[in-house]
Write a protein that binds this ligand. Structure first.
Ligand code: HEC
Length: 191
């Protein structure tokens, strides 16, 4: 290893250099260093790339997954849940009725069934009239969803409520149960 001091005679001297070329002070292992401005073309590439990367980022960055996609994903999931519920109606399963009652597609289908078939006797607000109030805590024929289902599907013939299942079918009766459950503030899942 040699130092600058020892090999002074091999070092390039400032006065030997073309005009405008500056040498830095230090010498490391006999290696000297120019102190030059970076070439213009080189700087153009550097700052050009920086500018390009910023513009590229602003143009290409896809933020749609924040928000947009999430909403459509949730809509899809809900669709799947609705289809699964519709295909697995088990009218003895109270838990399943509660799932239906928290599914907007089921509840609005049930509301449509209610408005065409039940509103005349049970009222627009389910407040009752000829038929019983369906939004209070009083359940003459049982308050479990499966019991409400049986009441509606078999009716209370001697009191003037017909059996609805022969007319509406199982699915629409289940939907209207989901609608009633969603409206009644006193009915809650038991588990
Ligand atoms: C013609 C009138 C009439 C129509 C239409 C009618 N109901 Fe009723 N509903 C009644 C009457 C009357 C009772 C009370 C039966 C009794 O006294 O036990 C009743 C009772 C009920 C009960 C039992 C409430 C309890 O306390 O246990 C439910 C639930 C019910 N109806 C739901 C429905 C649904 C859902 C529909 C539409 C598909 C419907 N009803 C349509 C007259 C009607």
């Amino acid at each position: 290893m040699s130092t600058g001091e020892e090999n002074n005679e091999t070092l390039v001297k400032e006065e030997d250099l073309p005009e405008g070329i500056i040498l830095r002070e230090h010498v490391v292992d006999g290696i000297q260093e120019y102190d030059q401005r970076l070439p213009f073309w080189w700087l153009c590439i550097l700052f050009g790339m920086i500018t390009f990367s910023i513009i590229y980022w602003l143009v290409m960055d896809d933020r749609s997954y924040e928000g947009g996609n999430k909403a459509s994903l949730e809509a899809k999931l809900e669709e799947v849940a609705t289809a699964r519920l519709a295909n697995s109606i088990d009218v003895t399963n109270d838990k399943l009725f509660w799932e239906m009652a928290s599914n907007p597609a089921f509840v609005s289908a049930g509301e449509a069934v209610y408005n065409t078939n039940c509103i005349a006797c049970h009222g627009a607000e389910l407040q009752g009239g000829i038929g019983f109030n369906l939004v209070d805590a009083e359940w003459v024929h049982g308050s479990k969803p499966s019991e409400v289902y049986v009441t509606i599907s078999k009716g209370v013939l001697e009191k003037g409520m017909q059996a609805w299942e022969p007319l509406l079918g199982q699915k629409r009766v289940a939907e209207v149960v989901a609608f009633v459950l969603s409206k009644n503030p006193d009915l809650k899942p038991t588990e």
